[in-house]
Design a protein around this ligand. Structure first.
Ligand SMILES: Nc1ncnc2c1ncn2[C@@H]1O[C@H](COP(=O)(O)OP(=O)(O)OP(=O)(O)O)[C@@H](O)[C@H]1O
Length: 661
């Protein structure tokens, strides 16, 4: 049944009769052509059939042109049958071919037919019966499918997996892809001395601060300061409420070697930004991991805030909670007033004040400074940051009535933009800032900008371990040692080589204490220990004495490894090899500060050597040299050392007994 009828428009000028005769002629012509084509196709198939089955032709002879109708019909039937067989054969071959490509089955190649294939071929033949053209279409179709299979095969070679494939696939190495801000930081020069910038050349610093800098002996800025101070000042160029161009200012991350002057890089611009404030509110909060570090940073803030009207308060648990409360705010005529512009805190004490001190408000906070940021990220389980964020966006009273109402940043809409919002800008600092985007995500940074002395490579092959910059003026050595010779080697360094002041690190406070007793009983060296065995005040005093050169050897746990800035430490000794590269970098970073030369020695047992040296070199150390202490150098100290060991043993026993009683 015809689905469509197409009526052709033949032109108005032709009369009906003429067009009818033309149509008839045309029809006859077409019928003739069709007959001829059919006959030709029958004879072709018969030839083919004869060709295939060779002997048929010999037996029956060539059909004459005057074939009877009956023989014609027979021949047609035979032709049809032949075509059917032929197409079936063709189908089988194509299916075999297809099978060969899909499964690489050798049996298909050699003609070992499988029943399923035959059935399939028959079906294919039935479908295509009576139409050679259709068989061609079929062939084209199969060819297309074969091409697709080729493409699939190629795809599997390019690493794209075909679902359901069970062939062995070579695993592709996953390359690390860092976000652009981490991969392409603003580079900070590592060489301090060669890249000093006169303080007057950095724009935007007020005369009071310039005077202070000079009074403190600072004529030039170090590279990290010359880069970061203008960047922070630029973010407050349109006052505190808006960043450049009216947008929220970008958060800033700084990764620069130990002793490169990161503290001043945030102290100067923060004081400069707050010096124009009218009402005293907590606008800057610096969070540090330890009391000693908080004290150190608080001292630097206080020193530069003097004469600017900016008030600095430290809450690190060195004073009682009530005293800290009184330092933070007071009530004037029933109204609570802040007494601090800048708060320097340790995370635990900060959370206490947020939760227990009603008058402690962070609603006006503009800068959140996270020093030793990688360590602070690791302590994020204490959820101090989420508590700070909550306090920053906490609503008090009717939010609609407040001019400076603050809401958590979300999608920008007309209504969200209408009230002026104090933006919160995070400033992160560390010598070993993590490049792990997952960890950094915990800080919820806003369009961060990274300043780093390490140009991070995105090459996945070479960047399995993070690498850091070491101070250029640091010389690293390792000293192969046996366990029982270690105390003698340290005595040799102090008594014979006259190294002083020396900061020595152990992996536990027990080792620190035993070594302290041993050196003390041996005599000849002024020694002190620094660990959690001491009260905060004792620790503070010890650091002061060490700085004033009253102590030659300070034996410490990792409590003094980070951030502590003691001028004049010439030598750091890792009595116990550190387990982690970050610990090593911070420990050795207590010397070679501010571009001054420094020595770092690590005592290594034979079993530790390979792993430790690999770890240090992988982290980007320019090189660590072997320093041998000859056994002869230790001669003459051994007898006294043996006696001292007995004495130490006795003392430790007594101390333990005292503790138990
Ligand atoms: N521009 C400067 N000129 C001279 N001395 C400076 C300058 N800037 C900083 N210093 C001194 O350099 C020393 C190291 O500075 P700072 O403690 O800020 O280093 P850091 O980068 O924070 O080190 P760490 O990573 O160990 O905490 C300090 O004693 C500081 O006073």
């Amino acid at each position: 049944m015809a689905l469509f009828m197409i009526n052709r428009y033949l032109g108005e000028e032709e009369d009906g009769e003429c067009s009818e005769s033309r149509s008839r002629a045309l029809l006859a012509k077409l019928q003739e052509r069709a007959k001829a084509r059919e006959q030709q196709s029958i004879s072709n198939i018969a030839d083919k059939d004869d060709g295939h089955k060779g002997n048929i032709k010999e037996k029956k002879g060539k059909p004459g042109p005057q074939e009877t109708k009956e023989t014609q019909q027979k021949s047609q039937r035979r032709g049809k049958q032949a075509r059917k067989t032929d197409l079936a054969d063709e189908g089988v071959v194509l299916i075999k071919k297809r099978k060969k490509f899909s499964l690489c089955d050798e049996s298909a190649k050699t003609g070992d037919d499988e029943p399923d294939n035959e059935k399939c071929a028959e079906k294919t033949a039935e479908k295509t019966e009576g139409d050679v053209e259709k068989s061609k279409d079929f062939e084209t179709d199969v060819n297309q499918q074969l091409d697709e299979l080729h493409a699939e095969k190629d795809a599997s070679q390019t690493g794209l997996h075909i679902l359901g494939g069970f062939e062995e696939k070579t695993e592709q190495k996953v390359k690390r892809v860092l976000p652009q801000w981490l991969a392409q930081p603003d580079v900070i020069e590592r060489d301090i001395k060669g890249n000093l910038v006169p303080v007057n050349e950095v724009p935007g610093i007020c005369p009071v601060l310039l005077k202070k800098l000079k009074a403190n002996g600072i004529q030039n800025f170090f590279p990290v300061q010359a880069e970061v101070i203008p960047a922070i000042l630029n973010s407050v160029s349109s006052e505190l409420l808006v960043g450049p161009g009216g947008y929220r200012p970008r958060d800033i991350c700084v990764s620069a070697p130990t002793g490169s002057g990161k503290t001043l890089a945030f102290v100067i611009p923060v004081i400069q930004a707050l010096s124009k404030r009218v009402v005293c509110e907590v606008r800057a909060l610096a969070v540090l991991p330890t009391k000693e570090l908080a004290q150190q940073v608080s001292n630097v803030f206080s020193s530069y805030a003097e004469g600017t009207g900016v008030k600095v308060v430290m809450i690190a648990g060195q004073k009682s909670f009530a005293v800290e409360q009184a330092l933070l705010s007071e009530s004037r005529g029933g109204v609570c007033c802040s007494l601090a512009d800048i708060v320097v805190a340790t995370p635990g004490r900060l959370v206490d004040h947020i939760n227990k001190h009603n008058n402690f408000s962070l609603r006006h906070l503009r800068f959140l400074i996270i020093d030793e940021a990688d360590r602070m990220i690791d302590s994020m389980h204490q959820s101090w940051l989420s508590q700070v964020t909550k306090a920053v966006y906490r609503c008090q009273g009717d939010p609609q009535m407040s001019v400076f109402r603050r809401i958590l940043p979300g999608p920008i809409t007309v209504s969200s933009l209408s009230p002026p919002q104090m933006p919160l800008q995070k400033l992160l600092f560390s010598a070993t800032l993590t490049h792990n985007p997952e960890k950094l995500q915990l800080l919820d940074l806003h369009q961060p900008r990274l300043f780093s002395s390490t140009k991070t490579s995105t090459d996945g092959d070479t960047q399995n371990q993070e690498s850091f910059q070491f101070p250029q003026s640091l010389s690293e050595y390792y000293v192969p040692c046996t366990l029982n010779k270690k105390p003698l080697v340290i005595l040799h360094f102090l008594l014979r080589l006259k190294f002083s002041p020396v900061l020595c690190f152990t992996n536990s406070r027990e080792t620190a204490h035993r070594l302290y007793l041993l050196v003390k009983f041996f005599g000849g060296v002024v020694v002190a220990e620094f660990s959690s065995r001491l009260s905060p005040n004792e620790r503070q005093r010890t650091l002061k004495d060490f700085e004033q050169r009253k102590i030659q050897l300070l034996i410490s746990t990792d409590a003094a490894a980070r951030g502590i800035d003691i001028t004049g430490v010439k030598c750091v000794i890792n009595y116990d090899a550190p387990q982690y590269i970050r610990t090593y970098i911070h420990r050795v970073g207590r010397t070679a500060r501010a571009g001054k030369p420094g020595l770092a020695f690590t005592f290594l047992l034979n079993v530790q050597e390979k792993r430790f040296l690999q770890m240090v070199l992988d982290a980007g150390s320019p090189g660590i040299q072997r320093q041998i202490v000859q056994p002869e150098s230790l001669k003459g100290m051994e007898a006294c050392y043996e006696k001292t060991l007995v004495e130490v043993g006795k003392t430790v026993k007594e101390e333990n007994a005292k503790k138990r009683s």
